[in-house]
Write a protein that binds this ligand. Structure first.
Ligand SMILES: NC(=O)c1ccc[n+]([C@@H]2O[C@H](COP(=O)([O-])OP(=O)(O)OC[C@H]3O[C@@H](n4cnc5c(N)ncnc54)[C@H](O)[C@@H]3O)[C@@H](O)[C@H]2O)c1
Length: 374
């Protein structure tokens, strides 16, 4: 552990993963500076009530060098979480925010010869794209995304391009082939590569954390697409059937936000993590249908599924993670999916505009051709 690290900058520290990370760092005795724009979609311009009062907040934008300059003064290490997310058509914003911010960070460090000792950045499971599959006859393969023609026939599973048999998902490992499919994943992969290369060039250890789907309280309801749990929780609140995409058989990895924050702090403090990328997930594959069932059960309502052959363009069929690399460094998830769901449901009850937000984002996704039905 680097004892000389005392002052840590957390970009995006007012957000979901960021604010839990800030709490944990402060609990461990670090001094924390937060650089956050506090802008939509995550915020509405106001400082969120959950931002730790002991953190020093700098309102600013990671796309502006001047704001980095202010935020980096006196800092020993950086946790870079601020990012442009979801799926939007302004592709250049992903490059400008997610890659441009890393470039500006290193540019400023290099120009001013700042004594930054470590940089941890948030990457994503999206870098794996469609992921790895196994065919009983043809072995391991990386399959292309599913096509519209397949969706029209309601054939949701992936198939072997050689023999046409259904293939099974294999949990992603850090040394897999990385084939991101969308601007978000592409920008996350480039930001990892940028941080590793510049980190080596300037002898600043970098770490990239590829989060799976992180769940828990403080997750913004305003994001364009923040996943199945939000949508299921809103259905339950409205006493509606729970509507799922495809046949609900998609497999996903869900991890509780406090475990994600522990992974950040662990890799920040552990020099064995330097210049490494890690998967951060539960390491467990959960069927979307089972998540929906759990949301109903934890809300104490009867489970009424609704499957209307709806699907999300560009959505991967399965996305499962192997987290043994990070476990080998002494981290493991401490919280169950039920705890994460309960925490989220309790959080939802504090929020007034969730219904309107869900309808707005669904309508937007349909209009932009991302959410389709056959
Ligand atoms: N939540 C997940 O399931 C998940 C999964 C994979 C990766 N990630 C990554 O983890 C990181 C944190 O995500 P989160 O879920 O906490 O999101 P979030 O939206 O709750 O938090 C992001 C924070 O960054 C701030 N921000 C955004 N753009 C900014 C800018 N240009 N300048 C300054 N601040 C800006 C926002 O105001 C917000 O407070 C992101 O890099 C995201 O890509 C999250």
């Amino acid at each position: 552990m680097k004892e000389s690290i005392k002052n840590i900058l957390v970009t995006g520290g007012a957000g979901f993963i960021g604010s839990h990370t800030v709490d944990l760092l402060i609990e461990k005795g670090y001094r924390v500076v937060v650089l956050d724009s506090l802008k939509p979609p995550t915020h509405n311009g106001r400082v969120p009530t959950w931002l730790n009062k002991k953190a020093k907040l700098i309102r600013g934008d990671v796309r502006r060098k001047k704001d980095w300059e202010k935020a980096l003064a006196g800092v020993d290490a950086v946790v870079h979480l601020a990012a442009y997310m979801d799926y939007h058509l302004d592709f250049a914003t992903y490059v400008e925010t997610n890659i441009g911010s890393i470039a500006l960070l290193f540019e400023h460090i290099a120009e001013k010869k700042l004594p930054i000792q470590k940089i941890v950045i948030a990457s994503s499971q999206a870098v794996y794209g469609e992921g790895k599959y196994r065919c009983k006859t043809h072995g391991i393969m990386y399959v292309p995304p599913r096509e519209e023609a397949q969706f029209k026939k309601h054939q949701w599973e992936q198939h072997c391009p050689t023999c046409g048999r259904e293939v099974l998902p294999v949990a992603e490992r850090e040394d897999d082939v990385l084939l991101p499919l969308a601007p978000y994943g592409l920008s996350k992969l480039s930001s990892e590569q940028f941080a590793m290369a510049m980190g080596r060039a300037f002898s600043i250890p970098a770490v990239a954390l590829r989060f799976s789907i992180v769940l828990g309280a403080r997750q913004s309801f305003r994001h364009f697409y923040s996943g199945a749990l939000r949508s299921f929780a809103v259905n339950v609140r409205n006493r509606e059937p729970i509507e799922m995409n495809e046949d609900g058989g998609q497999l996903r990895d869900f991890v509780y936000v406090k475990d994600a924050a522990r992974a950040i702090v662990k890799t920040l403090r552990d020099p064995r993590a330097d210049f490494e990328a890690f998967n951060v997930g539960s390491g467990r594959a959960t069927r979307i249908f089972d998540l929906a069932k759990m949301v109903a059960k934890q809300s104490r309502v009867a489970f009424k599924p609704l499957l209307q052959q709806r699907y999300r363009v560009g959505g991967t069929r399965h996305s499962v993670m192997n987290v043994s690399k990070l476990k080998g460094f002494g981290w493991k998830p401490r919280h169950t999916l039920t705890e994460a769901v309960d925490d989220y449901l309790a959080w939802l009850s504090n929020f007034k505009g969730f219904n309107k937000n869900l309808r707005k984002t669904e309508a937007h996704m349909k209009k932009s051709g991302i959410l389709k039905k056959y």
